[in-house]
Design a protein around this ligand. Structure first.
Ligand code: SAM
Length: 195
């Protein structure tokens, strides 16, 4: 199954994501970096795509491991000497333990399996950070809508499903854990602390 152009090269990815996020692509990562617990010494990032979080971790002596199934994104990370692993996260029975799990803009890829992935993250870390788009940009007119429609094929076909705020929070409620909503705009950002 042929991937969307956005998934074939990290440079296209950054350009197109900057258009989708109206120039605020990097700001998404900065918001997440701000809430990584100061005592966190290890981060696992699922579906990492880009290496902004990884670079922050390296600079701050935090051990980073990233999983993604896209060979272009993984090889871009490995070229920077980052601990990136090419893996379909659905094939990982037990997630490695760490202080902080992060998943950004990717939960919609998993739908029925989302809850299982979230449970594995929660049981493997002290802190879980999830950022997820809650506005379906593919409904928009113009360039943003066009790119959003054409950019949701990570290799398993077009994916039109997206969460909205209610369906996303319903999903998180199923975990039965306390969580904090950090911010809500195009994306919702939540943090779960296990202790
Ligand atoms: C929309 S991108 C988000 C990337 C990055 N986290 C960000 O916010 O810019 C979704 C990412 O999920 C990855 N992905 C999709 N399905 C996956 C799976 N089953 N296992 C691992 N990675 C997956 C894709 O390769 C892609 O890097």
């Amino acid at each position: 199954m042929s991937k969307s152009l956005i998934y074939r090269n990290i440079f296209f990815y950054r350009i197109l994501m900057n258009i989708l996020y109206l120039g605020r692509y990097k700001y998404r990562f900065d918001k997440i970096i701000k809430i990584i617990r100061p005592d966190s010494t290890s981060v696992v990032e699922l579906c990492f795509g880009d290496t902004c979080i990884a670079q922050y971790c390296v600079k701050n002596q935090i051990q980073w491991t990233g999983f993604d199934l896209n060979e272009n994104f993984v090889s871009n990370a490995i070229k920077q000497n980052l601990n990136a692993v090419k893996k379909d996260i659905l094939s990982i029975d037990q997630f490695p333990s760490c202080d902080t799990y992060i998943m950004i803009g990717s939960l919609y890829h998993f739908r029925e399996q989302s809850i299982e992935i979230l449970k594995k993250m929660v049981s493997s870390a002290n802190q879980v950070i999830i950022s997820e788009p809650i506005k379906n940009l593919s409904n928009m007119n113009g360039l943003v809508g066009f790119i959003a429609k054409k950019s949701a094929n990570a290799g398993k076909g077009e994916e039109h499903f997206r969460y909205n705020q209610r369906t996303f929070l319903d999903l998180i409620d199923q975990l039965g854990v306390k969580y904090r909503i950090v911010s809500v705009d195009k994306d919702i950002l939540i943090e779960i602390n296990n202790d």
